[in-house]
Design a protein around this ligand. Structure first.
Ligand code: MD3
Ligand code: FE
Length: 206
């Protein structure tokens, strides 16, 4: 079932469930090459979720700020390539909700432990805001906070379960959003953890 969250934002319930185990196997492979790591911010705080990337570009944060890089600063190697399964999944569902010709060149993989969340923010480190973002939730459920284009707009809250996909673009591309701290729970495929894949076309040619 497709839930329309806003003019150009969609929540597709459970659609990735049939291939979830394959997605998790790909994550295990990616993290054998580029492990999950804690990133820090310019202000010296840690980003809560552990992160890694696959694809031509990866999102990184450190004392210099946020940016996309072609080289993983931990391994000094290119990020692992994006699995065909990831790309196919992201493109299929983007197209289903009307975002045709979406070709992600970056996939950020977030790993959330119990008590970890992500504060309200906008995704504005890309060079092309005309392209949508596709997100896939795996493992333990989370409550996501879906705000407006201004920080002070009152958010709505939606439960993201294993296999759910959220897609947003166009007018909704710069909406504020966040993840409430994950509750202590158990999922048979991921234990106490939640994983989220976010697919982006950064608009950068490397
Ligand atoms: C954005 N990740 O990595 S994606 C991020 O679950 C990030 O790891 C979160 O935000 C995560 O930048 C959230 C899900 C999501 C859902 C709805 C949105 C992001 C959204 C609506 C508008 C904008
Ligand atoms: Fe975000």
């Amino acid at each position: 079932t497709v839930i329309k969250l806003a003019e150009q934002s969609y929540l597709l319930k459970g659609v990735a469930q049939p291939i979830a185990e394959n997605l998790l196997t790909e994550i295990t492979h990616i993290t054998s090459l580029s492990p999950f790591r804690q990133m820090s911010t310019k202000s010296g705080y840690y980003v809560g979720a552990k992160m890694t990337n696959c694809g031509d570009l990866g999102w990184v944060s450190d004392h210099k700020g946020y940016r996309y890089t072609a080289i993983d600063p931990l391994t000094n190697m290119p990020w692992p390539s994006m699995p065909g399964l990831f790309e196919t999944l992201a493109e299929k569902y983007a197209s289903l909700v009307g975002f045709h010709h979406f070709h992600p060149n970056a996939c950020l993989i977030n790993q959330y432990a119990p008590g970890i969340g992500m504060g309200l923010h906008q995704d504005k480190d890309e060079n092309d805001y005309t392209q949508p973002i596709v997100s896939v939730s795996l493992g333990v459920s989370a409550i996501f906070q879906f705000g407006g284009n201004k920080r002070n707009e009152k958010p709505s809250y939606h439960l993201l379960n294993h296999g759910d996909i959220v897609i947003w673009g166009g007018l909704d591309r710069l909406r504020f959003h966040g993840i409430q701290p994950i509750k202590l729970a158990h999922h048979n495929l991921t234990g106490q953890l939640r994983y989220n894949l976010t697919f982006r076309d950064t608009g950068t040619i490397i």
